[in-house]
Design a protein around this ligand. Structure first.
Ligand code: SAM
Length: 190
């Protein structure tokens, strides 16, 4: 396929906006794939702040980072992304260039532990405040699981209300795929 998958699209946005030496957020660390990807972009002189509520996820992410020699570039928080504003030191507020969310549940784990619209939207609001101008939040929305449809609807409703003078907001996804194909909501701060 020549077109970008939703994950590739989200990563391409990060490649465009997160420079070497930049600061980024992985709001849903999970298995650490996105955390490692962002740490590759920020390089040794930058920093990634990564969040997950599950100890398993934080451990899996820490192991992946160690194996790749990236652990010094990442600060891991075992807490909800809805606490991003208070966890990330004030020095970085206004300097974050990119943030990724992968919604839903941790693969190969408890499928009842999922992201929820109230906390997701609270985190998006806080991270939007912390972005520098031109910074992007890319949210990969999985919505096939129980609770996923509700989160999708709440998030779309919220994203559509963002003032176009303050943010560019887009939706990217395949419209002819079966079984609730995931899609991206991307928000660029103006
Ligand atoms: C789809 S997985 C993320 C996959 C991950 N990006 C990767 O590269 O492997 C979603 C993750 O969100 C986490 N999560 C759920 N609620 C959260 C919250 N309020 N704050 C941070 N993480 C949360 C889950 O524990 C789960 O690990």
């Amino acid at each position: 396929m020549n077109m970008l998958s939703v994950i590739q699209f989200a990563h391409a946005l990060m490649e465009k906006t997160v420079p070497e030496g930049g600061f980024a957020i992985d709001a849903t660390a999970g298995n650490g794939l996105d955390t490692a990807f962002l740490a590759g972009l920020t390089g040794e002189s930058g920093k990634v702040f990564a969040f997950d509520i599950q100890k398993t996820a934080v451990n899996r992410t820490a192991v992946r980072l160690q194996k790749a020699g990236l652990e010094n570039r990442v600060q891991l928080f075992q807490t909800g992304h809805e606490h991003a504003g208070e966890c990330i030191p004030a020095f970085y507020h206004g300097k974050i260039s990119g943030a990724l969310f992968n919604l839903g549940y941790l693969p190969k784990s408890d499928k009842s532990i999922i992201t929820r619209p109230e906390t997701t939207i609270s985190a998006v609001r806080q991270i939007l405040d912390m972005l520098q101008t031109g910074g992007i939040i890319a949210i990969v929305v999985y919505h096939g699981h129980d609770g996923g449809g509700y989160e999708r609807d709440q998030l779309l409703k919220f994203a559509k209300t963002l003032d176009q003078k303050q943010a560019h907001v887009l939706q990217y996804g395949f419209i002819n795929q079966e079984n609730h194909p995931p899609f991206v909501i991307a928000i660029e701060k103006r």
